[in-house]
Design a protein around this ligand. Sequence first.
Ligand code: FAD
Length: 322
Amino acid sequence: MSNDSRVPSADGLVPFSFEIYPPRRAEGLPALHETIRHLAASGPRFISVTFGAGGSTGGRSLEVLTHILRETDVPPLAHLTCVGSTYPAATALIREFLDAGITSFLALRGDPPAGVSEDDVYLGDLESAAQLVQLIQRVQAEREPYTESSLPGVPGAARVDRRQKAEVAVAAFPNGHPRSRHPREHIDALLAKQAAGATFAITQLFFHADDYLAFVAQARSAGVVIPILPGIMPITSPGRLQRVLELSGESLPGELAVALEVEPTPEGRREIGIAYAAALTRDVVAGGAPGIHLYAFNNHDTVLATLREAGITTALDKETAR
Ligand code: FAD
């Protein structure tokens, strides 16, 4: 994935990607594999897999990532968190993922376990996502300090080339991080992640296009040059909305909340959620977003319907047009 791959192409196609999470129990894997099959068939730039969120384990995360690697032609992107980890443990984990063939990461600080205060737990050797970005780049450099290619016409000779840098994404927060101590802390954090070697950013979900567009403008004027992918989640029930607001710290989107609350049928609520996410997608793309990252919540139907309604062409559309 080069930076260019995330810029809308000359033919007007908008790059898109998905986030999924590992199931809590192994019995959930077959259903997730089916979802992955559908998501991969739509032609995303990558599929990311969360780590340690919602009680999932790193082991199952790697299992899902290697499934994507072996069974699809879509690059998997591994979320990694550093909270509670020692340096040697974080280094061993990165090596394990690289050994499994995973070369794209989303480096995160992570949150302490639910219900545990930051003062009560060991937060680990790495204090921020920026330090994890650096560690991933360092581990990758130690494993593969350079690459070699053969010299045409000179049998046995090799040219030493610069190594391929690991693709390391980071999180960005259009409305600030819920625990930021001052209004620009999230921009400073993003600048630090860029300086540490991050190659692009993915945002926390948001509900108004201006939240994203104003944040990108602010980040650019502060010196952030890496692509910032907007993270969008189609939300199709009041319960899901409530849960997402609790996890993200975002404020209640009044219009969507009321529409979901008053709609009596699940089908109607699904349509409302998809229409809202599709409108948001159209607006951020029109405002210059370099692509769209959809939080799939392990369900392919809703995110694929969102892309269709937003007018974004997928490989599946091309297939049915034939
Ligand atoms: P940092 O870059 O270190 O911090 C970012 C900002 O938050 C800065 O402003 C920083 O100062 C502020 N901040 C962070 N922690 C504190 C604190 N304790 N006190 C004060 N300010 C603080 N979590 C998971 O566990 N697993 C996942 O797979 C996962 N995936 C995610 C994917 C995306 C796209 C996003 C946006 C978030 C994801 N998260 C995940 C949540 C993330 O780990 C938390 O939001 C975490 O609190 C901050 O992580 P960071 O990498 O941005 O941290």
